[in-house]
Design a protein around this ligand. Structure first.
Ligand SMILES: *Cc1c(COP(=O)(O)O)cnc(C)c1O
Length: 375
């Protein structure tokens, strides 16, 4: 059996968790959380990184920081995970979906401008599969219309666009360290804050709306409730797990990229023969090997493919059901323009097994099965 995903575990995670337990400091913002924040600030290159309980929560924090409220509109692709929309819908905003590009499955930057109204507050590019959206164009539109850019970089840790790290390009960037992502802490994420002036409020929102972070730094002598906020602070136990992986992030990402390249090379002949389509990496992007997918001819062929792989003990999955077709998406959002690719392309996409430590022979075995299916 080649499973679809195996949550990463390197070994040092347990040692670091033991430290935390021994120190009797298991709540948030202890030594490991600080190390993780500092690691992200240094390696990603951002003013501030704050570890959170999830990427969903990091996005909620960004929505609060942008003061998104009822009546506001937020532009995003419909082909994304529910969290991208949830964070804004929770603030009472309307989500406005635009179509994706068929090559990267990312938001089509040329369609954004037509979706802007006087209610639009933000654009949320989702870097699908750790491959960047066309950020220069998106940032220019945002500047012209005075909109926030909140990057859903859940899958994009250590990927780049024109040399810049994803998550550190927009006003805010959101990472996920869920167990299905490249680096993990079980459940968790991080918010990146670009502008110095947003840092203090970011810390307040994360600490239940209090200025407790300032208090712990000795900058004030008592802490109090100063704004709306929530509990977005992960436990030190989770931070310890993540830190062991951040220390070896380069190696973990190279391992995935090697598997990705292996899939690509093995399956290229099938693509050349017109049987399947392979992912496209635009030349200004480097990617982190988060995901390897193929596209089948259509929905029917994908269903047959998934059954065949299941019978052959290969774990393959598909996602996402476009949000604008879902019950909540219809209630809280609207699609602007034509759904030329979102539905059609999402119905063709299949993800192949991908995880840190995927053995070359297992990768090979998966490719053999893909070839058998198309024989
Ligand atoms: C995984 C994922 C999320 C949610 O991450 P959590 O940490 O589970 O909240 C959001 N957006 C995208 C694109 C994702 O892949």
């Amino acid at each position: 059996m080649v499973p679809f995903n195996v949550p990463p575990y390197l070994g040092a995670e347990l040692d670091y968790i033991k430290d935390v337990v021994k120190e009797r400091k298991i709540c948030g913002d202890g030594a490991y959380t600080k190390k993780c924040n500092a690691w992200l600030e240094k390696h990603v290159g951002t003013k501030k990184a704050l570890l959170t309980t999830s990427c969903t929560h990091a996005t909620e924090m960004a929505a609060l920081l942008c003061k998104i409220g009822p009546g506001d509109e937020v532009i995003m692709p419909s082909y994304t995970f529910v969290s991208t929309a949830d964070a804004f819908v929770l603030r009472g905003a309307t989500v406005v979906f635009v179509d994706i590009r068929p090559d990267t499955m990312n938001i089509d930057e040329t369609l954004i401008e037509a979706a802007i109204t006087d209610k639009t507050k933000a654009i949320v590019p989702v870097h699908y599969a750790g491959v960047s959206c066309e950020m220069d164009v998106i940032m220019k539109i945002a500047e012209r219309y005075h909109l926030f850019v909140i990057e859903d970089a859940a899958q994009g840790l250590m990927s780049t666009y024109k040399g810049k790290m994803l998550g550190a390009i927009g006003d805010f960037g959101c990472y996920s360290f869920h167990e299905t992502k490249n680096l993990s802490m079980g459940e968790g994420g991080a918010l990146l804050i670009k502008d110095e002036k947003d840092i203090e409020m970011g810390e307040i929102i994360r600490e239940k709306g209090t200025n407790r972070s300032k208090f712990f730094r000795g900058q004030i002598d008592k802490y109090t409730w100063v704004e709306q906020g929530s509990s977005y602070l992960p436990s030190e136990l989770n931070a310890a797990y993540l830190y062991a992986q951040l220390e070896r992030a380069d190696e973990m990402i190279s391992d995935r990229v090697a598997s990705w390249n292996n899939y690509y090379d093995e399956l290229k002949p099938l693509a050349d023969a017109g049987k399947i389509e392979l992912p496209v990496i635009p030349k200004e992007c480097t990617h982190n090997g988060h995901m390897f997918y193929i596209k089948t001819k259509n929905l029917k062929e994908r269903s047959e493919f998934l059954s065949f792989m299941k019978e052959n003990n290969v774990g393959c999955v598909f996602h996402y059901i476009p949000l604008h077709t879902s019950p909540a998406g219809k209630r809280y959002g609207r699609f602007i323009g034509e759904d030329k690719y979102t539905t059609k392309e999402s119905e063709r996409l299949v993800r192949l097994p991908m995880y840190y430590g995927l053995k070359k022979e297992d990768c090979q075995k998966v490719c053999e099965k893909v070839k058998d299916f198309y024989k």
